[in-house]
Design a protein around this ligand. Structure first.
Ligand SMILES: NC(=O)c1ccc[n+]([C@@H]2O[C@H](COP(=O)([O-])OP(=O)(O)OC[C@H]3O[C@@H](n4cnc5c(N)ncnc54)[C@H](OP(=O)(O)O)[C@@H]3O)[C@@H](O)[C@H]2O)c1
Length: 223
């Protein structure tokens, strides 16, 4: 996909040394205070934060900004059957500052759409004829809304959709000092994966930092 057709995508995540972004029970508490500050700083530099439905159901995040003054941005959630609870924090925490876009499929009845859009500053975008949201179709729609830069904050299943379609421009990974193991613990990237290394997108390491036993890696895409 051409750069002018899509927002610039930065994938941001905290993971264990063994590449898990949560434990097998879904415990996502990997970041320390310093890391949160850096993530929130990064949030001040984008037009939207995007997560998948699994992250909303597991973590119920506010996707807001602490520590810095800010005028808000879009929160974007991908939910193919529009089933995340209406009491989720993305709908109810400071909607005047952070409008929420719920991206779903074309099969969703209008009545359900109206229920979600009755919440303050919530818009439903129907995008995709199959069972999942069509992210290739979604990219130009978001760009046309003026969203130039997105911070993709997971989880592993949504990250795979972006990696599979070669849509990531930049990675910002924090490696937290644990090895948690578990075949059911969510990895940075889930999905079926590529068969060969030469099918997978490659990234160039542009920065390494470390502090308090944490390592921060920054990469850009090699196209
Ligand atoms: N450490 C970190 O930085 C970090 C950050 C974020 C999340 N997490 C962790 O990651 C876990 C959640 O990850 P997850 O993999 O279960 O869920 P996820 O990636 O957050 O959400 C995946 C879901 O989004 C929906 N979706 C709709 N269209 C999609 C598309 N085109 N591609 C992919 N997904 C699409 C699908 O559900 P439907 O088909 O039902 O709509 C899919 O199952 C949680 O444990 C959370 O704590 C960690």
């Amino acid at each position: 996909m051409k750069d002018y057709e899509k927002p610039y995508i930065i994938l941001s995540a905290a993971m264990t040394i063994d590449g898990r972004i949560a434990s097998k029970t879904g415990d996502p508490e990997l970041s320390d205070e310093e890391d949160w500050k850096e993530v929130h700083k990064l949030r001040t530099e984008v037009d939207a934060i995007m997560v998948g439905k699994g992250t909303i159901l597991n973590d119920n995040p506010k996707l807001h900004i602490k520590y810095y003054d800010h005028n808000g941005y879009y929160r974007i959630v991908l939910d193919s059957d529009l089933s995340i609870p209406l009491h989720s924090k993305v709908f109810n925490y400071q909607p005047e500052l952070y409008p929420t876009l719920i991206c779903t499929t074309n099969h969703i009845p209008e009545e359900k759409v109206r229920k979600f859009e009755s919440k303050e500053n919530v818009e439903v975008i129907k995008c995709g004829e199959s069972e999942k949201v069509d992210i290739l179709k979604l990219m130009p729609i978001l760009k046309q809304k003026g969203i130039k830069k997105i911070l993709l904050e997971g989880g592993g299943t949504l990250n795979w959709s972006f990696i599979k379609n070669n849509l990531i421009d930049e990675l910002r990974l924090t490696i937290a000092p644990w090895i948690v193991g578990g075949k059911d613990a969510i990895s940075l990237v889930e999905g079926v994966g590529f068969s060969k290394m030469d099918e997978a997108p490659r990234f160039m390491l542009v920065n390494i930092k470390h502090r308090n036993n944490y390592v921060i890696l920054e990469y850009t895409a090699i196209n």
